[in-house]
Design a protein around this ligand. Structure first.
Ligand SMILES: *[C@@H]1O[C@H](CO)[C@@H](O)[C@H](O)[C@H]1NC(C)=O
Ligand SMILES: *[C@@H]1O[C@H](CO)[C@@H](O)[C@H](O)[C@H]1NC(C)=O
Ligand SMILES: *[C@@H]1O[C@H](CO)[C@@H](O)[C@H](O)[C@H]1NC(C)=O
Ligand SMILES: *[C@@H]1O[C@H](CO)[C@@H](O)[C@H](O)[C@H]1NC(C)=O
Length: 246
């Protein structure tokens, strides 16, 4: 009997409290926005800054060496400002990390800061080239690096393949990292080595054999030697030598 009363009281208590609880609900509900309120944020002008190429390369993940060069030479800032100031866009040939590991050991370390800048600039064309435009673009391409024969960069295409050549390097465009209608970033499988930096300045014409050797027949040295004494016939092409020595 006692317990019944207690239960009843409890129930009554509960029942009494329900309306109270319910009555709270409408107040807690978010107020409907007045129909006339202006759409927020719609009027904030969206001014997209120029594309941050470094950021895109960073996201892509496989361009760490090129990105490091881009930053250490501050060419990333240069490119960013250029994109901001002109409407020509840009085309970047970004060598993958694999491309850099294909270089002779020490190649980058042997370069002066100025040459590093030129090397990076050589991979950037100061206008937009869509992948379709490779077929019709005229050689040589202008790059941000110095002009002149020894900074030429040419594109050749066949079927679906796009090659880029510096005269020293034949690289293939192996992917599109990014493209909108202003900026294209293409992955290349080799670091493009401009002749100006990596080819000996004046390939001296092979020295004429000394007169005394003429007619000496089989006994005479068959291979003339260069100043360093290395046989010219051997593979001694070392474009990096001058930087190591300086
Ligand atoms: C981009 O150019 C505008 C106008 O020329 C200038 O006001 C702005 O500071 C530039 N932004 C950068 C990041 O250089
Ligand atoms: C591009 O390079 C690839 C690989 O080196 C080569 O097989 C192909 O013939 C080249 N194509 C052109 C158009 O130069
Ligand atoms: C690039 O193309 C131009 C014009 O066809 C040519 O004169 C030059 O020798 C080429 N250079 C290289 C490095 O292929
Ligand atoms: C690049 O390609 C051209 C033409 O296909 C070829 O004559 C040249 O030897 C190649 N150079 C290198 C360094 O592979």
């Amino acid at each position: 009997m006692k317990t019944q009363i207690i239960i009843s009281i409890s129930l009554a208590f509960l029942l009494l409290n329900i309306p109270k609880t319910l009555s709270l609900s409408p107040a807690a509900a978010p107020a409907k926005p007045p129909p006339s309120s202006p759409a927020p944020a719609a009027q904030v002008a969206v001014t997209p800054g120029p594309l941050d190429v470094a950021k895109i390369l960073d996201k892509a993940g496989r361009f760490t060496v090129f990105l490091r060069l881009l930053k250490s030479t501050q060419e990333d800032v240069e490119l960013y400002q250029q994109l901001n100031e002109t409407h020509n866009g840009a085309t970047v040939f970004a060598p993958s990390d694999g491309a850099f590991s294909g270089l002779k050991a020490g190649t980058l370390n042997s370069l002066s800061d100025g040459d590093k800048s030129e090397l990076v600039k050589y991979h950037i064309v100061p206008f937009f080239i869509s992948s379709a435009q490779f077929q019709t673009v005229s050689n040589p391409l202008k790059t941000l690096a110095g002009s002149g024969k020894r900074f030429q960069l040419n594109v050749t295409t066949s079927d679906s393949m796009v090659n880029v050549t510096s005269g020293l390097t034949n690289a293939t465009v192996s992917g599109i990292v990014y493209a909108d209608d202003k900026v294209a970033i293409y992955q290349v499988d080799k670091v493009l080595l401009p002749m100006e930096i990596f080819a000996p300045k004046a390939l001296a014409p092979a020295p004429a054999p000394p007169k005394s050797l003429k007619g000496e027949g089989a006994d005479g040295p068959a291979v003339p030697k260069d100043a360093s004494g290395a046989a010219l016939g051997k593979t001694c092409f070392s474009p990096y030598k001058k930087y190591r020595d300086s």
